[in-house]
Design a protein around this ligand. Structure first.
Ligand code: NAP
Length: 314
């Protein structure tokens, strides 16, 4: 039996693993289909403290993994098919491993950025197409860029990107924005934002020599097609928290994000903790994910200690 199983290996899960391993709790860490999480799809990370010249996303994640291994964390790659939360210890059903029994579970499965699924998009992720303005905005200094989406994320990203870009064009498929009024007012007051409303994105125009050159869109009202020229495309149409395997046992909000007790990583089930983007609708940064991973490990340690105390008292 394990003391703790960590599911997910982004900065949250790996930080939890480092803390648990250093506390001699020998966690099992289950890596999903994208080991290292979203940071492995970015190139340079310049805002993770401690790296004066930045660090490549995959290298940062590889370092965290090695750090966890150094202290005794055990890794297994495979899907968690389901978890039996009804009995203690918890039972996980893991691909290629079968049944895994554990006293605590740390959920750090992250959130997956939604993509448009249009030609040119997937091929140019990290080469002109991004889903994270905070991560990649800096690379578009004095360039014309576009943001796609009409929600709070898109408007927040558009506003943020005007710090770097010469112009940001916001492409949205309707003429009405979904974003909150305050975000709309802020964006409308920003002279560097141009609006391409009622435009459905059809294709990212790009080639290997010059990278991204534009976005082909269709005018929703007239049916006309045009190319909006740009060197960078920020897709901001929302995220999916990765909670499907939980079978509805863990309380989530209406968008599927795990709800934790404020100021802690506790979920509705004692002994089950959540950290990183799977429970974060607000910050979604590598450093905040790592911080919440540390919190989850400490919460789990305390919970394990409480189990040991109650066993002695019996
Ligand atoms: P969202 O509110 O779901 O908005 C997604 C936007 O993308 C919508 O405008 C949608 O268009 C568009 N979209 C979706 N699929 C598309 C597609 N295939 N092609 C083109 N456009 C597409 O997502 P979000 O902006 O990430 O926000 C998620 C939650 O986080 C919200 O509750 C939001 O308030 C919150 N949030 C808050 C803040 C803040 O308070 N600072 C910042 C960011 C997010 P339609 O409108 O036509 O459906």
């Amino acid at each position: 039996m394990y003391k703790s199983v960590v599911i997910g290996t982004g900065p949250a899960g790996l930080t939890a693993a480092i803390y648990l391993a250093r506390a001699n709790l020998k966690p099992l860490v289950i890596e999903g289909p994208q080991p290292g999480g979203q940071l492995t799809t970015t190139t340079e990370v310049e805002n993770f403290p401690g790296f004066i010249d930045g660090i490549q996303g995959p290298e940062l994640m590889d370092n965290m993994r090695k750090q966890a291994e150094r202290f005794g964390a055990e890794f297994h790659m495979g899907w968690v098919n389901s978890i039996e939360f009804g009995e203690r210890p918890f039972k996980l059903h893991v691909e290629d491993l079968g049944e895994v029994v554990t006293e605590t579970v740390i959920l750090s499965t992250g959130a997956t950025a939604k993509y448009l699924g249009i030609p040119g998009e997937e091929e140019y992720v990290g080469r002109g197409v991004s889903t994270c303005a905070t991560c990649d905005g800096f690379f578009f200094r004095n360039k014309d860029i576009v943001v796609i989406g009409g929600g709070d994320s898109a408007l927040e990203e558009a506003n943020f990107l005007t710090r770097f870009a010469s112009k940001v064009t916001l492409i949205h498929r309707r003429d009405e924005l979904r974003a909150s009024k305050i975000m709309q007012d802020r964006a409308r007051a920003n002279a560097k934002i141009d609006w391409a409303l009622d435009r459905v994105p059809l294709e990212i125009i790009a080639n290997d020599e010059h990278g991204v050159k534009g976005v082909k869109v269709r005018n929703n009202k007239t049916g006309e097609e045009e190319v909006i020229e740009t060197s960078g495309v920020f897709v901001a149409i929302g995220h999916h928290p990765n909670t499907g395997f939980l079978g509805g046992a863990i309380t989530t909000d209406s968008n599927g994000y795990i709800v934790t007790t404020p100021g802690t990583t506790e979920t509705n089930i004692p002994g089950v903790f959540a950290c990183g983007d799977v429970q974060d609708t607000r910050y979604r940064q590598a450093i905040t994910a790592a911080g919440s991973g540390c919190m989850a490990a400490m919460d789990a340690e305390r919970y394990i200690e409480s189990l040991e105390h109650s066993a002695i008292a019996m």
